[in-house]
Design a protein around this ligand. Sequence first.
Ligand code: SF4
Ligand code: SF4
Length: 451
Amino acid sequence: MELTNYCEIFNINNKKFLFNTNNGSLIVLDLESYKKIILFKKNKDIAIFSEDEIAVLIDQEFLVESNFDEEIKNRNKLTYNISKYSSEKESVKIDFAITNLCNFCCPYCFERENLNKKENCSSNLIKTSEYLYQYIDKVTLDYVKDLKIVYYGGEPTLEKNFIIKFNEKVKNLCVEKNIKFHFNIISNGYLIDGDFIKHLQFEDCDFIQITIDGEKEFHNSRRTNKCKINTFDKIIYNINKCAENKIKIVIRLNVDKQNYQSIKQFLEKITNLLEKKYFGQYIFVDIARVFGSINSFNLFEYEKYREELFDICYKQKLVNANLMVSNLNTFCIAESLTKDIVLDSNGNLYRCWNNVFDENFKIGTIQERLNNNCDPYDNSDITLDFVENMSLMNVNNSKCFSCKYIKYCQGLCPRIRKNIIENIDRNIYKNNECKKIIKKRIQQLISKLEV
Ligand code: SF4
Ligand code: SF4
């Protein structure tokens, strides 16, 4: 037997940890066990371990047969390809950009050029939603157990009534078919008032994601409308109201070079603004990197700042330290050919959800997909790019499948893979920078566990 390649030893606060990156198992090593592991790595003599130690190491898949790692690699390829191409997945996800309008005019918005410029695409929303309803009805066959809709835009809460009514209609269909229905809303948080909250079924709502850009002054300088109103206070009020009404809020912090300090200050004072009793129950934080702007950190730079912010959030119970790993699936809809779709209120379909309302990136329409028996195949260059060229089978010379961190990384967002290949983002595959990032993240998670 041998030590799996998925084994990693971490030295944290003078304690040694043996960690399995394939299944998330963690063992705290005393000095003697640590020395045994190091020795076994060198001489492969299993007699160094006691029977009990061998039993634990085999059970937790640290000690494995010589072909084990190869089998894991093949299994990862298989589950990845199933999630990429399977027409019989148990879950269906719809990313639905229900309006191209927004009540804010944030200077860095990725959809800036598409929002508010053209005609109001919301006028097509009802027709599109009728097609979408037929699509949902057709694709939720016997093997489907779960349907999720993500509402975004523009600002989806400009269409609050639509969300309430469409949810009700789809929920009824799901109840009839014995399918779990749930939804998320990606919002700026300004219009989420008491009346809307009252009408949302909190048990179906996974969360509402609301972006805050930093402290009040900084946030208001960027996330506001043309009249430069104070949006911060109202958003904070709305977040507390949602939590009070059992609606989970994920506060999205998009970090760049300009707002890092302000986000840090916001987090340091967060208990003065939001109800602490809801932290970790109804209020959470998600930290992300802004990409594609001149103020963006590159992937490697960003890690230092993310780490500091994560620590502050962890102390407030706003993020979890979770070492669990699941099967390796596609990162998002962009790289799959399943029944999952990204569509906008015009009824156009896309690969990456950042491209909605930009017809240059459309891969067809919901109506065409319906006429085509809901078959996801199309021949566009965009499909080839995201599904095949950016596939983990092809990028980074398919080395991601041999990487011990793949389940914690999923090989990055396909758009980032594309940016790296096109030299828009720094190539973190080179010199294993990507591995250093993921290793550090796992180390940070372990350091938070009370062991
Ligand atoms: S490719 Fe990246 S940016 Fe595009 S939808 Fe997927 S995760 Fe989002
Ligand atoms: S850490 Fe790097 S090599 Fe490993 S899966 Fe992620 S991107 Fe691929």
